[in-house]
Design a protein around this ligand. Structure first.
Ligand code: ALA
Length: 404
């Protein structure tokens, strides 16, 4: 473990249940570097004030710092317009915002919304809710035998009734990377609006909304080494300008009258009702600086190594099946061990200091597709090492000895 990682992530030096901690649940939430926590602590202990509301120094300084982070996000995703970056509560909030704001404006009866069988619930349920309201239809892009998007089936689903494609870039459960570039091109050629769920992509690969050509993109800070409770929604400026606000409250208004109604603020405020999570946004800024300093070249190199080594090690375990092994994928493994319930497996791993997620991973339709009710998932971050892989393998072997 090089010092940059162990210095910045104290949890890497800690124990769980008396054993060395092998944290293998970064797809659920990434570990946070010390500098993120220090930035939040500094704001909370020494510089607290609201933003966008005060003319005193503390408030003006915090407003400026808050807006600097918006600029950092714009750079992180290569957005042309800083004001097209909206701070949200996270991926789920961003998707609900698009479903409500865009959906209520653009969807009509019999329109179709395309989602894939890989999506997690946050990229399914908001669309089901708005579809129900608008009498629109959800159509599902199936997966092929290798648990990757079936591109031919996707092409066959494209027709003039399709108004929206809501697609994950990387599966949270299997780590499979979808052919999002090709799918966006095809969707755009049919005039379809595209929402990308970049929750798992943001910590793994560089994002460039101009190159991607999507209309909306969302992700959460907490998967990119930042705090919980904050994320972003990016949208094309013209599109966001044309949409109604998602929530009403302070900051998102221009004028409020009890007799003449209310007018909306400009972007980005129109979509940021109420006092934001200021400490979290400032911490998010530190997380983005951290990613920038490490660089995606290094992050991707580390992921590729872990992906390769973990795959080999896991596949040597008798009865272990990884769901979706084919490249392109990242070092997230949804797996089962024949005859061993994922819950029992997770409990033994917990005692051995190995933190993984077990269950349906907020992807019940994908569980159905894989013909299981639950699976185990080990998901790696750039701070993980060969030792973590060894500890995982030894703990699985121990569970097999105990239960099989
Ligand atoms: N989406 C998160 C996960 O995959 C919570 O665990």
């Amino acid at each position: 473990m090089s010092s940059v990682w162990s210095e910045q992530f104290p949890m890497l030096n800690e124990k769980m249940n008396g054993k060395r901690l092998a944290y293998l649940d970064s797809a659920a939430t990434a570990l946070k570097p010390l500098r993120v926590v220090k930035r939040m602590e500094d704001y909370l202990l020494h510089h607290t004030s609201n933003v966008h509301r005060g003319i005193y120094k503390l408030s003006e300084d915090n407003t400026a710092a808050y807006e600097v982070v918006r600029g950092q996000v714009a750079k992180f995703i290569n957005a042309q317009d800083v004001e097209s970056v909206i701070f949200t509560k996270g991926t789920t909030d961003g998707l609900n915002c698009v479903a409500r704001s865009w959906g209520s404006t653009h969807l009509s009866a019999n329109d179709e919304i395309l989602i894939s069988e890989l999506e997690h619930h946050a990229n399914i349920v908001p669309w089901q809710m708005i579809a129900l309201e608008k009498k629109a239809q959800i159509k599902v892009i199936p997966l092929n035998e290798e648990l990757q998007i079936d591109l031919e089936a996707f092409k066959n689903l494209l027709n003039p009734k399709v108004k929206l494609l809501a697609l994950t870039m990387i599966s949270n459960t299997l780590g499979v990377i979808t052919p999002y570039k090709e799918m966006i091109k095809l969707a755009k050629a049919h005039g379809i609006t595209v929402v990308l769920d970049a929750a798992q992509a943001a910590p793994h690969i560089p994002l460039d909304v101009q190159d991607l050509g999507c209309d909306f993109l969302v992700f959460s800070a907490h998967k990119v080494f930042g705090p919980n409770g904050v994320g972003i929604l990016w949208g094309k400026k013209d599109l966001l300008d044309s949409l109604p606000p998602y929530q009403g409250g302070g900051n998102m208004i221009s004028t409020v009258s009890l007799t003449n109604g209310t007018t909306w603020n400009k972007l980005p405020e129109k979509f940021e009702a109420g006092t934001p999570v200021i400490a979290e946004v400032l911490g998010f800024g530190e997380a983005l600086k951290f990613v920038d300093e490490v660089g995606f070249k290094e992050i991707m190199r580390l992921d590729e190594d872990l992906n390769h080594q973990a795959q080999i090690a896991l596949q040597k375990i008798p009865g272990l099946k990884i769901f979706g092994v084919k490249s392109p994928k990242v070092a997230t493994f949804g797996f089962e061990v024949s005859g061993l319930h994922p819950q029992d497996l997770g409990s033994v791993l917990d005692k051995e200091g190995v933190a993984i997620r077990t269950g349906h991973h907020c992807t019940q339709p994908l569980m159905k597709r894989c013909e299981v009710s639950a699976m185990a998932r080990a998901s790696f971050g750039p701070y993980n090492t060969k030792e973590d892989i060894q500890q995982l393998v030894q703990a699985i072997e121990k569970a097999c000895r105990l239960f099989l």
